[in-house]
Ligand binder design. Structure first.
Ligand SMILES: Nc1ncnc2c1ncn2[C@@H]1O[C@H](COP(=O)(O)OP(=O)(O)OP(=O)(O)O)[C@@H](O)[C@H]1O
Ligand SMILES: [Mg+2]
Length: 588
């Protein structure tokens, strides 16, 4: 076991704190293992004794009575052993589930602690899968592996003690095949793990491929690529089949190996036992007891190999989990004082470069928003508009310059409070495969009444759409439900932001898929809401023409600033975009 690799085994020591937490449950579990094995080991002992008594002869008038008593005792022993086996599983396996739960919670809170940049660097879906897979592997160590190991130790001590008491030499001989079996099983199960990982990988490749082809079926057909696509899929399916065949072969060799080794041990018992009997060292009952004992030890020894590979996998998984838990959140909320946003925002010479791409997304940017004001931001795609919002939400931090909220530097205020007083409608709307109600409620911590839902959805001008669905607010969205249009999604997303009654509202190009009329209605509603300040990012002048102030961003820098009318008079970039969009409207 020491060979497992010290550095990796160490990773599992992270879990010791949980054993301490659940120490009573754990100790109770060990007690149950001992009780269970005590009765289990008594059974062969008892049987052997009975055989010897029978050989010596029991008087025939007592035989019925004798048989009944023997049967009753044997039944009692197996019942007791079974009962404790049940308790043993109940305590140890349940403990492992508790620890799994704790560990998942720990990982989950780390997920929330880590910032935006971490998720930009790592694909979220990937992480989720990896973590949940890793945790379940660790649980196998906490539950089954631990239970089998304790079981093995307890049982071996008891059995070997009894065997040596009967005959020391015989004990040594019959036990020789067992470690060999453990080793073989270890090799076989490592091989099997490796193969099954390959099989899983191939399977996931295949299903991703199928999924992509299905969702892109229109494109595939439109370009007439059916043949190539099916060909590629066939290849993948073929690889999957071949890998599975290999796994089946190794699997098939597994059980025969075990049976052969048990058979060998039993053979030794009978053969050597016979010799010892001839010398008068041992009784026939003892030989039977030995055979029983060897069989008792078989599974625990077989499990050594299996457990070793489980522990190896668990420690590899725990290493990854530890790395993830150690990952430092680069943006920390250092302030716990409550913060109540009043509505003033100021950017002072802010510059920001994305470290991952080296792109200088914001250059020396300054602007101010007073309480009650709306700021409009326009600019080409990639000019840095979304980055401004990310900076304001402190998803990323400026390299230089300062962001002041109500006159206080952003990194000195209570971030949780600030974020929860903000309603943000991101550029790429994300809705869960859940009901409309739950999707909107996501932005709120309280239970929502239909009245509140009605209010916000009316403001977002999506209420009438929802009422057309049979299940109204309980309409299921996503794959197994209704598919919304882009504009409907955007408006649900606006309702989600409004339900938190935000004092700061950030709209990132979230009216791009609604027509100008609807846009106007929504903007009017927003204006009437109790929102202290808002920022509206848009490609369309119509979204921001009523803003108190508009800034034009080009390549991360502010090029123009002023009200709609002022900017038109300036006759610069803003005016240019405006006239272009007017022309487009006119040509419709
Ligand atoms: N997470 C990121 N990592 C690295 N570079 C990024 C990241 N996000 C944006 N950028 C880069 O920063 C620049 C500004 O991007 P940003 O998303 O702020 O533009 P935008 O004005 O919102 O564009 P759009 O109108 O298309 O939404 C772009 O050049 C973009 O490639
Ligand atoms: Mg953007």
């Amino acid at each position: 076991m020491a060979k497992i690799g010290n550095y990796r085994m160490k990773s599992l020591s992270y879990l010791n704190k949980y054993f301490v937490k659940y120490k009573w449950r754990f100790l109770l579990g060990i007690l149950f293992v001992i009780s269970q094995n005590y009765f289990k080991v008594k059974m062969p002992d008892f049987t052997g004794g009975i055989i010897d008594e029978l050989i010596e002869g029991v008087s025939s008038d007592n035989i019925m009575q004798y048989g009944f008593t023997v049967g009753l005792i044997y039944f009692g022993l197996s019942l007791a052993s079974g009962f404790f086996l049940f308790l043993q599983r109940q305590t140890i396996i349940i403990m492992s589930r508790y620890i799994e739960f704790d560990l998942k919670n720990e990982i989950y809170s780390q997920y929330q602690r880590l910032g935006y940049t971490f998720y930009k660097k790592n694909s979220t879906g990937d992480l989720m899968n990896r973590i949940s897979e890793d945790v379940s592997k660790v649980r196998m160590y906490l539950g089954p592996s631990l239970m089998y190991t304790i079981n093995l130790v307890v049982l071996t001590v008891m059995v070997v003690w009894n065997m040596v008491n009967i005959n020391g030499y015989l004990t040594i001989f019959v036990l020789i095949p067992l470690p060999i079996m453990s080793f073989l099983i270890y090799r076989v199960s490592s091989k099997m793990n490796k193969l099954s990982t390959h099989v899983q990988e191939e399977q996931s490749k295949m299903s991703t491929q199928a999924q992509e082809y299905f969702s892109g079926i229109r494109v595939v057909k439109a370009y007439g690529r059916n043949k190539e696509v099916s060909g590629k899929f066939d290849e993948s399916a073929d690889r999957y089949k071949n890998k599975n065949m290999k796994l089946v072969l190794v699997n098939a060799l597994f059980m025969p190996t075990i049976f052969m080794l048990i058979g060998f041990s039993t053979l030794l018992c009978i053969y050597l036992g016979g010799i010892f009997f001839g010398q008068g060292d041992i009784t026939p009952g003892d030989i039977l007891t030995f055979i029983f004992y060897v069989n008792l030890l078989t599974w625990p020894f077989a499990s050594i190999g299996w457990v070793t590979s489980l522990v190896q996998r668990a420690s590899a998984s725990q290493t990854r989990i530890n790395e993830f838990l150690k990952e430092e959140a680069e943006i920390k909320n250092t302030c716990s004082e409550p913060f109540d946003f009043q509505g003033t925002i100021e950017f002072k010479n802010v510059s920001f470069t994305y470290t991952s791409s080296g792109i200088r997304a914001i250059k020396n940017l300054s602007f101010k928003i007073k309480n009650g004001e709306t700021l409009g931001i326009v600019g080409r795609t990639g000019s840095g508009k979304s980055t401004i919002l990310a900076l304001l939400m402190r998803q990323v931090e400026p390299n230089s310059g300062e962001i002041l909220i109500d006159g206080i530097p952003l990194n000195q205020i209570n971030l949780d409070d600030f974020r929860s007083s903000t309603g943000i409608v991101p550029q790429d709307v994300f809705l869960f495969s859940d009901t409309i109600r739950n999707n909107i409620a996501f932005g709120s911590t309280e239970d929502l009444t239909d009245k509140e839902l009605e209010e916000v959805t009316k403001k977002a001008h999506v209420y009438h759409n929802i009422m057309e669905f049979e299940d109204k607010f309980d309409t299921q969205l996503g794959e197994r439900g209704v598919n919304l249009s882009g504009g409907q999604k955007q408006r649900i997303s606006i309702a989600r932001a409004l339900i938190r009654k935000p004092s700061l509202l950030l709209l990132d190009d979230c009216l791009s898929s609604v027509d100008t009329e609807t846009e106007e209605i929504i903007l009017k509603h927003l204006k009437e809401s109790q929102i202290d300040s808002s920022i509206i990012v848009s490609h369309r002048i119509s979204s921001i023409r009523h803003a108190h102030r508009v800034i034009v961003i080009d390549d991360g820098a502010k090029t123009e600033e002023g009200s709609h009318d002022e900017l038109l008079k300036l006759n610069g970039r803003y005016a240019e975009i405006y006239h272009k969009q007017l022309d487009e409207l006119g040509s419709d």
